[in-house]
Design a protein around this ligand. Sequence first.
Ligand code: SF4
Length: 390
Amino acid sequence: MAHLSGTDRSQLLLLPEAVDDYVGPNNPVRFIEAFVDSLDLQAVGFVRVTAKATGRPGYDPADLLKLYIYGYVNRVRSSRRLEAETHRNIEVIWLLRRLKPDFRTIADFRRVNRSAFKQVFREFVILCRQLDLFGRELLAVDGTRIKAVNNKDRNFTRTSLVKFIREADEKLADYMKRLDLSDADEEKASGSNRSGGRLAEKIAAIKGKRDRHKALLDGLDRTGEDQISLTDPDARAMARMTKVGVGYNVQLAVDTKHKMIAGQEVSNQVLDMGLLAPTAKAAMETLGVDRIEAVADRGYFKIEDIEACEAAGITACVPKPIRGPAVRGGFFSKDEFRYDAAQDAYICPGQQALSARYASKSRDNVKIDYSNRGACKGCHLRERCTALML
Ligand code: SF4
């Protein structure tokens, strides 16, 4: 059987006459068009909403915003790629009415209207609220790391700077010693000293690099920060999946009714700890509620943050992290031993009752040891319970 073959390229076709005929009634671009047209761009904060009376006409921010949202929805972020879409993508051709802004115009639009995009997001959430798309009862908060325009080599932590300076000092001391030896050899031989010249070059290069690193370290001391990024000063080195990258920590609060994003905050904090209250509060404001529940993973557990949630009307559900040397060593955590008040005994993971054996007193505390020697002796879980020999 032959393969599927396309149609003949020279075949004449009766294509629809209007661009509008190519875009179906339920195509999302029609929603983008209606949404942007409903916004008061001046109030939202976009610049150049009113065209100038003189000079070359510019693009309407509404058209550029439609293109931006289209790219956002379809994961086309690069301004060059968005420009390419204006030439070949029928949906974009429909949306922009055949306008073809170049990549610089698209990039400039994004740059000068940065703060207005946040307000557009708010307006979108308010629209979804009016359409009753949010349950407004439960938020799920989590973070994602996004890459910044900053190479890893242009990010320095306090530890890496101190290490580099220490190594540079050691190297410099070694080179100086070798330079002294080379000078002594030169005096003896009174010949040319090529190796001494090379060493001097190396010393100058290391000294220059050391001074630059020292200046960065002094900068960190002045600001009290722990790291510095040279290309994008606000970006921080943080774990991204299994790798470390330089970027930002984007916090998202998702309303659980239709799994829609109700709030988002960008932070350069490396850990999620302490970010639950600010993220959930921002989502509450947008959703227009006084009380809400929020769930997050154990990475968010911080007592002060949970107290801040309670003060703001947020009922936070965050599992307590399992920390401590026993857990790190692969042993059972304390939570796996349940206290039974009726028996005054702990029920262990092997479902055995451990009763009080010894009590010792320190200045303020009484320490009681619970055990069940007989049960532990033959227990198959002992390796995960204790390192002590019974
Ligand atoms: S060794 Fe077994 S019986 Fe003893 S405390 Fe651990 S789990 Fe329970």
